[in-house]
Ligand binder design. Structure first.
Ligand code: GLN
Length: 519
């Protein structure tokens, strides 16, 4: 079987039919990693031995005729803030460089139970704070479409790995867009489900009221297949929900006849790149041609979404990250004389600049005297945003928008101007603030050859409507949108020399070396 850029569903079927095996699939992915990983740096950890052993075990189950699960033998990559028993979880941070969890995240456990085989852990912005994967302590991941550009973030390693053929599926986490935006920048499909649909057990918390685990995949069908597997009530996460409508693959119907689609006028104003705007509006028009009722409408409060999000996310992060103090997990500064000095040194050295900025901002907005002015106000804005969406979804089945104002920025561009980077989250953060499901899928390529993403947002629990619209669009455009990167990009990429990457790789190897205390 020609494996290269097959979809996960195609691969699972081929394995079931005996046309290939779980081991062959894993070997193909590992070979691909061997060719391209040095340049792309999608992974923080790849455990070949474990991956091949697990693939063998799945293959044995299949050969014995035992039920091996809908994703049996499919190689999957896991973002490095989701625990996989036996592999390190670093959150791409020095402070967790030596941390090994003793258990797997519930989403990972469910994927493995469905037969998927973990390849390794993917690179990310440190503690999922960022939009480019450049805040990783282990060096940036490069965009497979053009290695001079970032893959987006924070789940940049997961998105790039799917796009580059270094896995068939991946999991990411989305607090303010971190699954959808890198999916958009890497030309793959990414979905954030309704808050509470997937258990957060075993996901290292960033903004607990916003965090959701979501799939990254080559097609809408693959995305639905993963979501169907990972969506479930979990006793270990009190915010997870018992839903009865998680048979998401049933929603893959090519028909949008009569569906009401809204285009929020305010999302298409200043700051939006012309090419992105055109591609997204063209996509909406195509859905209109298929019988959907497409119209523009006013969605207030757009300008307040980013400030409210960064206030709430930073507040929650400052509290969540208190636990990394050198006592319980990972790195501890060695030469401190007393407890407070140890805390201070550990955190000063262990966290990178973006994480420190968020902790300071979060502590500030929660502090006495500023709590009402900032944190409480942000919560009120959040409630107003939710109300505005409630109103919109009384009229529309789904809202169409861009995922990000531009395609993937060049390496290094965003780090110089964090505020601009924050503003780039304008189209994604509202779904998290309001707990809504949203999906990002490719809708074109700009003149630089970088992918453009289309976002569909739905009301709470309306994933099926989103999947139906996304599937319809995907079917109509499948010839236009390559699943993964075209061959010539890979060829071209191989010739790019990257001494900096090699240096960064060496730093990672050093950080993971035993006896280094994680630093
Ligand atoms: N870019 C946003 C942030 O930095 C979103 C990150 C995320 O979803 N994890 O907070």
């Amino acid at each position: 079987m020609e494996m290269g850029f097959a979809t996960a569903v195609e691969l699972a079927t081929a394995i079931q039919q005996g046309k290939t095996t779980a081991v062959e699939a894993m070997e193909a992915v590992l070979a691909r990693i061997g060719e391209t990983e040095e340049l792309y740096n999608c992974y923080v950890t790849v455990d070949r031995e474990r991956a091949l052993q697990k693939a063998e075990a799945v293959q044995k189950r299949i050969q014995a005729g035992e039920p091996a699960g809908p994703l049996a033998g499919v190689p999957v990559a896991i973002k490095d803030n989701l625990h996989v028993a036996g592999l390190p979880t670093t959150c791409s941070s020095r402070i967790l460089a030596s941390y090994r969890p003793t258990f797997s995240a519930e989403a990972v456990r469910r994927l493995e139970q469905a037969g998927a085989v973990v390849v390794g852990k993917t690179n990310m912005d440190e503690f999922a704070m960022g939009s480019t994967t450049e805040t990783s302590a282990w060096g940036v991941t490069r965009n497979p479409w053009n290695p001079g550009h970032v893959p987006g973030g924070s789940s940049g390693g997961s998105a790039a790995a799917v796009a580059a053929g270094e896995c068939f599926l991946a999991l990411g986490s989305d607090t303010g867009g971190s699954v959808r935006q890198p999916a958009s920048h890497c030309g793959v499909v990414g979905m954030k489900p309704t808050y509470g649909t997937v258990s957060r057990y075993g996901l290292v918390a960033y903004g607990s009221s916003l965090d959701q685990v979501g799939p990254l995949a080559r097609t809408v069908e693959d995305c639905a297949a993963v979501l169907e597997v990972i969506a479930a009530r979990d006793e270990k996460d009190s915010t997870s929900l018992a839903r009865e409508d998680t048979d998401f693959t049933k929603a893959l119907v090519q028909d949008v006849q009569g569906m009401r689609i809204g285009i929020p006028r305010d999302y298409f104003g200043q700051g939006l790149d012309e090419e992105v705007k055109e591609a997204v509006l063209e996509a909406a028009a195509l859905l209109g041609q298929q019988g959907a009722l497409v119209e523009e409408f006013d969605l207030d409060l757009v300008d307040y979404a980013v400030p409210a999000y960064y206030t709430i996310a930073a507040a929650e992060a400052s509290s969540n990250l208190e636990r990394f103090d050198g006592v319980k997990y990972g790195y501890r500064a060695a030469e401190a004389e007393e407890l407070h000095q140890m805390y201070k040194r550990t955190r000063s050295r262990g966290f990178g600049p973006e994480v420190k900025r968020r902790i300071m901002l979060g502590s500030f907005v929660l502090s006495a005297g500023y709590y009402d002015a900032y944190y409480l106000k942000a919560l009120k804005v959040k409630a107003m945003i939710k109300a505005a969406f409630d109103q919109a979804f009384a009229r529309y089945d789904c809202i169409v928008s861009p995922v990000a104002p531009t395609t993937a920025p060049g390496l290094g561009e965003s780090l110089q101007d964090p505020l601009r980077m924050y503003l780039g989250d304008i189209y994604t953060v509202s779904a998290n603030l309001a707990g809504l499901p949203a999906i990002s899928l490719p809708c074109g390529v700009d003149q630089k050859g970088l992918p453009i993403g289309l976002q569909l947002m739905g009301d709470c629990f309306q994933e099926k409507k989103l999947l139906r619209v996304a599937y319809t669009y995907g079917q109509l455009t499948q010839d236009k949108m390559p699943a993964g990167i075209p061959g010539q990009f890979v060829q071209g990429a191989k010739t790019v020399s990257c001494p900096k990457d090699q240096i960064e790789k060496a730093a990672v190897a050093e950080a993971h070396a035993p006896g280094k205390g994680g630093m």
